[in-house]
Design a protein around this ligand. Structure first.
Ligand code: BG6
Length: 487
């Protein structure tokens, strides 16, 4: 409360409560209204959810026989994590999962996206499974179902067993891909009696480049471009093997698809030429992963651009990679490229983004709500899919607890309102987006930022583990109750 602005804000809040005005959280208690008129909200049955990932929330890294992951090792390298913290304890979700499921229910969410920690189930990545580790997910899934929440499971959200890194160089080797397929088969066999939807790998686009290209994520390597391209290819192969494993070992009807931070392209100005160019850009900018998954081919432009650094592959691998998926999961946070038509090259030109472009609390998180309209619309068209899920969207915020013990994250609400309005615009036009997972249910261990960035609808005090709903939790509850973005 030391700066004059916060002092002024506090004075105002204090004035309100002295005048007998209820605090916003109380005032906003959601009273579900009658269902929105058609065309006035999201389609009936639209799936509302929230998301987390294992290393970011579970903690309990030495509990019940869990093996080490590459993140356990990476966080201990001095200087790698901004605030020097790690995920040893994180949100203690491993112990507090029941409390956390109650929070999801409180929002009115019908789905929860979580990830399985591979080294909990196979401490060495392969070999003997650890039943105690698997049992945690049995308990979590049962608790979700008991509360009317569908479990949406991610097989890989970056916590690779360290043993696979040590023995095979992690994703540098197709050995890891094969072992991933076996792990996927095991999870599918044991959990798809209750889990009906499985995401394969979370964000190849990030963990390959950040982990093996520029060394800012685990395992912290800086390899030449040719190897990075090969590793990206391996991640696509791992995805395909997992799709096949789920089909072969999961209960009939289990659905499976990727969850990718698609390189998000949008037309700079909405003209037919630019929209067409943005579609080409989306295909080409995602040629190394999503496009090859969806079409079974690396594009000519991609191969030409990569030149001698292009991945080596066989036709048999392309077949596996492009095993048909049931849905496309897209993590959409920020615009990557605003595009105009061009008569040069592949037919599009990405424009430089000015320094003054507005962003949220995380500097990478540019504010471009129309991205969540254009990207699913263009993706549905170029890849002919009829089921898209927004597997992540959300923002970090300063999230200061004010003197009255509340968190007035109006910036997060602004961001969500604008993105959801654009998503509603898309579904109203018939773009086949079937659901939305807000990142994140609660503040958690944000990788290189440590505990410094807060993405949650619930604030977490990492000393006491107390969870406190932010104002945005009321906002999201209201959106869900009304099945409408509320603009
Ligand atoms: C996504 C990840 O890239 O963005 C999440 O799937 C992550 O795991 C979120 O927490 C926010 O990213 P960051 O880099 O700001 O922590």
């Amino acid at each position: 409360m030391s700066d004059p602005v916060s002092r002024r804000q506090f004075a105002k809040l204090a004035g309100l409560s002295a005048a007998g005005v209820a605090s916003p959280l109380e005032a906003l208690e959601v009273k579900p209204v009658s269902p929105p008129r058609s065309g006035n909200g999201f389609p009936a049955g639209f799936l509302w959810g929230t998301a987390t990932s294992s290393y970011q929330v579970e903690g309990a890294v030495n509990e019940d026989g869990r093996g080490a992951s590459i993140w356990d090792k990476f966080v201990r390298i001095p200087g790698k994590i901004e605030d020097g913290t790690n995920g040893d304890r994180a949100n203690e979700h491993y112990q507090r999962y029941k409390e956390d499921v109650a929070l999801i229910k409180e929002l009115g969410c019908k789905a929860y996206r979580f990830s399985v920690a591979w080294p909990r189930v196979f401490p060495d990545g392969d070999g003997k499974p650890n039943l105690k580790g698997l049992d945690f997910y049995n308990r979590l899934i049962d608790e979700l179902l008991k509360n009317g929440i569908e479990p949406w499971l991610t097989l890989y959200h970056w916590d690779l067993p360290q043993s696979l890194q040590d023995r095979f160089g992690g994703w540098r080797s197709t050995e890891t891909c094969k072992i991933f397929g076996d792990y996927a088969a095991y999870v599918a066999k044991h959990l798809t009696d209750r889990v009906k939807n499985v995401f394969t790998l979370n964000e190849s686009g990030r963990f390959v480049y950040f982990g093996y290209g520029i060394g800012i994520d685990a395992p912290g390597l800086t390899l030449p471009q040719a190897e990075v391209n090969q590793i990206r290819h391996n991640s696509a192969l791992a995805h395909g093997l997992a799709v096949q494993a789920v089909r072969a070992h999961g209960r009939r009807g289990t659905r499976v698809g990727p969850a990718e931070n698609i390189d998000a392209c949008a037309p700079a100005i909405d003209t037919p030429e630019n929209v067409r160019a943005a579609g080409i850009a989306l295909r080409e900018m995602n040629a190394g992963y999503l496009n090859v998954i969806m079409t079974g081919k690396y594009t000519d432009a991609f191969l030409k651009f990569a030149g001698p650094n292009a991945p080596k592959y066989t036709d048999a691998e392309l077949k596996i990679i492009s095993s048909p998926v049931d849905f496309l999961g897209l993590n959409i946070y920020a615009p990557q490229h605003y595009v105009v038509a061009s008569d040069q090259g592949a037919g599009f030109m990405p424009l430089p983004i000015p320094k003054s472009f507005p962003h949220m609390n995380s500097d990478w998180l540019r504010v471009g709500p129309e991205t969540i309209y254009w990207v699913p619309k263009l993706a549905a068209k170029i890849w002919k899919t009829d089921a898209i899920y927004i597997s992540e969207n959300g923002t970090s915020s300063d999230d200061v607890i004010t003197a009255d013990g509340k968190i007035y994250d109006t910036d997060r609400i602004m961001y969500l309102r604008n993105y959801l309005a654009q998503l509603q615009r898309a579904t109203t036009e018939g773009v086949p987006v079937r659901g939305y997972f807000l990142w994140s249910l609660m503040d958690n261990f944000e990788w290189v930022y440590g505990l410094n960035k807060r993405f949650g609808l619930y604030h977490v005090n990492f000393d006491t583990q107390v969870r406190t709903p932010k104002l945005s939790a009321s906002f999201y509850r209201n959106v869900i109750a009304n099945n409408a973005a509320g603009v």
